[in-house]
Design a protein around this ligand. Structure first.
Ligand code: ZN
Length: 238
């Protein structure tokens, strides 16, 4: 790691994504922190076109700083979507300076926004690890957990309500089932007039809710019996 004079208000330290640059002293808003420097690459130079690393800082269409050199301490500064510093580019002088846009406290990690191109190419595919994005992801996860819990509780309530409904309907449902069960054999016996009709008839009377067909079928039978009874009575009285 390159040595940093103690007069400087920063040090290289461990960050979430590897190494980072951290304030060792209070850095006031607006002050220059460090220069981002390295060999200038010219887009018109074919040899320079082949150079590719993640420390290339594009000044304009023509000039790019190759910040991968060891002496460029500013290359340790990580990206943040809500940073406390910015890259101040002087296109004419082809110079880049990192400047505090907030007052930075000792111990705080220094960061600046690398820009949308860098974000799209390098950070979006792996997910930005800056505090702002981490907090956003944590919030999203918390919301997803809350939503899952809400749906689970809703499903539980629904199940409970349905169980209660089923309980209330349990008795009427049995009655329905019985009357249906009786209705079926009756139709059979009415047509066939087998021994089954004798057993089916008393049951049908017991339900207390005779259908039209039931009544029309039972009445002739009852009349027949009454008539028979009357006849025997008459016979005995004579
Ligand atoms: Zn971010």
């Amino acid at each position: 790691m390159p040595a940093i004079p103690s007069s400087k208000p920063y040090r290289i330290g461990r960050s979430k994504t590897g190494l980072g640059l951290f304030a060792t002293k209070k850095i006031k808003k607006g002050t220059k922190i460090i220069r981002y420097f390295g060999p200038l690459l010219d887009s018109k130079n074919k040899k320079h076109d082949g150079i590719d690393n993640k420390y290339l800082f594009e000044i304009n269409n023509r000039w790019t700083i190759d910040g991968s050199i060891r002496k460029n301490i500013a290359r340790y500064i990580n990206h943040a979507c809500r940073p406390n510093a910015e890259s101040d580019v002087n296109s004419r002088k082809r110079k880049v300076v990192i400047r505090a846009i907030k007052t930075i406290q000792p111990g705080d990690e220094i960061n600046y926004d690398y820009g949308t191109d860098y974000f799209k190419i390098f950070l979006k595919p792996i997910g930005c690890k800056c505090d702002h994005c981490e907090a956003k992801r944590a919030k999203k996860r918390a919301e997803e957990r809350a939503e899952k819990l809400r749906l689970k509780l809703k499903a539980q309530k629904k199940a409970e309500k349905e169980a209660q409904k089923a309980d209330k309907k349990a008795k009427p449902a049995k009655k329905l089932a019985k009357s249906k069960a009786k209705a079926a054999p009756k139709r059979k016996t009415a047509g066939a007039k087998t021994a089954g009709s004798k057993t089916a008839a008393p049951h049908a009377r017991g339900t207390g809710k005779p259908t039209k067909t039931k009544a029309s079928r039972t009445t002739p039978l009852a009349r027949g019996r009454k008539a028979k009874a009357g006849a025997t009575r008459r016979a005995s009285s004579m």
